[in-house]
Design a protein around this ligand. Structure first.
Ligand code: MN
Length: 307
């Protein structure tokens, strides 16, 4: 059998990277040789998490190069993947299904939890696999990152329980770790606006349209308020550069749970005006109480394109 690479989505985040690392380890203990990989450079939060828990950065694979097979974690949408449909041997995820067709039966497990790390821990728990302190710490970080330390609307009761069990095992204080992680994520020093706007971006295929939705989850919107015009210009140029049919960008205040939602053109602006009850503020709309791309933004925009 060709080599199996465990990989998360393009523009990797902490949940996708930790899932790849831990799932490969579990498989290794079962005697199956899976190799963890990342589909791009790590963001500052993920870099910090790996160093805190003494974990090496996995191999970077930005495109398929041979006859390798892929086990997808934290995504099942091929427009967000380095994998081609026929090379996918399994999926472990917590996102909506996006219509992947397969030629044969494969392992496919998707649950509506706050993070892939929660799902992974559920498997570990069921199988009574022993976790090291550091691996428990990595899973803690994955859950904190995706659920914004249990504050995101995507958080479930299971996430709350799993985070408690894992943080006890890891002997980690979640609030302290969350503060460190969110500070790293909000640190824009030495970064250009393009890097910030594309730092957590996902591409979707909505009914044949190539739609990009980027977010930047920060503890304060200061940067965006100060650089409003540049951000807006960057959002427009990224749409062109990446050849997208539409592009949206949300600067998410994870403390106040608001989003300043930017649009790349008139069409996107109309869509936001129609679908969200936001206050128009020049270059963006203020969406009160909206903080989750997965739950509150992407499904609404997807529905628009199904009409
Ligand atoms: Mn995730």
């Amino acid at each position: 059998m060709s080599k199996v690479i465990v990989i998360g989505h393009k523009v990797p985040d902490t949940d996708s990277v930790v899932s790849a690392v831990i799932f490969s380890k579990i498989k290794k203990e079962e005697g199956v040789s899976f190799v963890p990989a990342v589909a791009g450079d790590l963001n500052r939060e993920t870099g910090l998490v790996l160093s805190l828990f003494n974990t090496e950065t996995p191999l970077k694979i930005e495109e398929k190069s041979g006859d390798e097979k892929f086990f997808l974690v934290d995504h099942n949408d091929l427009s967000q993947s380095v994998a081609e449909r026929e090379d996918v041997v399994g999926v472990l995820d917590h996102h909506q299904l996006s219509g992947m067709k397969t030629d044969c039966v494969l392992y496919f497990r998707v649950e509506p939890l706050g993070s892939t790390c929660s799902l992974l821990y559920e498997i570990i728990r069921d199988k009574k696999i022993e976790l090291s302190k550091e691996d428990a710490g990595l899973l803690v970080a994955g859950i904190i990152s995706d659920t914004l330390n249990l504050n995101s609307s995507t958080t479930t009761e299971k996430d709350v329980l799993y985070l408690k069990e894992l943080s006890e095992k890891a002997e980690v204080n979640c609030d302290d770790l969350a503060e460190k992680m969110f500070t790293a994520k909000s640190d824009f020093s030495g970064r250009g606006t393009e890097e910030i706007v594309c730092g957590d971006m996902k591409e979707y295929d909505f009914n044949g349209k190539k739609v990009g939705i980027g977010v930047s989850e920060v503890t304060s919107l200061d940067y965006f308020l100060k650089n409003d015009d540049t951000v807006s210009e960057t959002v427009k140029s990224i749409k062109e550069e990446k050849n997208l049919d539409a592009f949206f960008f949300g600067a998410v205040d994870i403390i106040k749970q608001n989003t300043n939602f930017y649009f790349a053109g008139e069409e996107e602006k109309e869509i936001i005006r129609d679908l969200f009850s936001g206050k128009e503020q020049g270059n963006y709309f203020v969406l009160e109480g909206v903080s989750s791309r997965k739950k509150e933004i992407a499904p609404v925009i997807s529905e628009h394109y199904q009409k």
